[in-house]
Design a protein around this ligand. Structure first.
Ligand code: NAD
Length: 269
């Protein structure tokens, strides 16, 4: 399904790449011809499995442990990427988590943890990746852009989400961070965009799909009538990172089966 030369010779860093969307995206980037750094914060064994799968596609891959919310670790991760592969062309700032609670039970620690990983983590990774993009500049045989950043947002950058104020706020922040960086970096030929997944079947939202009742409730929110797969997002990420989408700058691509089309209004309103 993926043209195997679409990202030929490019170097990609995918954060949170030993699970779910990040894992599928890292493998898809490899299938499209990119060398890939597989970032993980815990679960070395799973990260090594992803590395082996990517290597079997005939490209290079390495696992790198780093907490994206830790400045020193992010600096070291991007430095390692450049040491291993010579440069960096694509950042997929994917790592994220949920720590849900109703407002009155939302501790400062839970609020802060989600903001630190989901928003500050993307900021740190984007900053360090951009330093390398600007140092190297455009290499026309590789890509028309000096670098591509894909921020993994969520439909909750626009859909309020009761009981998840930390998560929804972090993704709202990702939208404005992405658009601001896109505006700042476009003249330097760095393309910054986001993907906003809807409901994708991964460990982060197991409770929303792992019983028939939960799945039925979830499908009411999805006009296209299926829960998404990590591969749905991975394919969008490969396309967005490629020169096929060279004129797409500062956009959020909603990959959500129509979840943001207000399906409740199909029969009401
Ligand atoms: P997941 O739990 O399977 O994967 C999240 C990954 O992020 C894991 O590898 C985890 O270890 C990693 N991670 C967490 N904290 C980290 C840290 N401090 N440093 C480095 N890595 C860290 O969940 P997923 O569904 O694959 O989520 C990936 C991204 O997609 C997240 O940003 C999430 O908000 C977003 N998203 C997911 C859905 C969905 O329905 N699954 C919907 C919208 C957005």
């Amino acid at each position: 399904m993926i043209p195997d030369q679409l990202l030929k010779g490019q170097k990609a860093l995918v954060t949170g790449a030993n699970s779910g969307i990040g894992k599928a995206t890292a493998v898809a980037m490899g299938r499209a011809g990119a060398d890939v750094v597989v970032n993980y914060v815990a679960g070395r064994e799973e990260a090594e499995k992803v590395v082996e799968e990517i290597k079997s596609l005939g490209v290079r891959a390495v696992a790198h442990e780093a907490d994206v919310s830790d400045e020193d670790q992010v600096v070291a991760m991007v430095n390692r990427t450049v040491e291993e592969f010579g440069t960096l062309d694509i950042l997929v700032a994917n790592a994220g988590l949920q720590r849900d609670a109703p407002l009155t039970e939302m501790t400062l620690a839970r609020w802060q943890k989600v903001l630190d990983v989901n928003l500050t983590g993307q900021f740190l990774c984007a900053r360090e990746a951009t330093k390398e993009f600007l140092r190297r500049g455009v290499v026309p045989e590789v890509s028309r852009a000096a670098g591509k950043i894909i921020c993994m947002s969520s439909v909750h950058q626009v859909i309020p989400w009761a009981g998840h104020v930390n998560y929804a706020s972090s993704k709202g922040g990702v939208q404005m961070m992405m658009e601001t960086l896109a505006q700042e970096l476009a003249p330097k030929k760095v393309r910054v965009n986001a993907i906003a997944p809807g409901a994708i079947q991964t460990p982060i939202n197991r409770g929303a799909w792992d019983t028939p009742e939960a799945r039925e409730d979830l499908l009411k929110l999805i006009p296209y009538d299926r829960v998404g797969d990590p591969e749905d997002i991975a394919l969008a990420a490969v396309a967005l990172a490629s020169d096929l989408m060279d004129y797409v700058v500062g956009a959020t691509l909603f990959v959500d089966g129509g979840m943001t089309l207000f399906p409740g209004f199909a029969t009401g309103g």
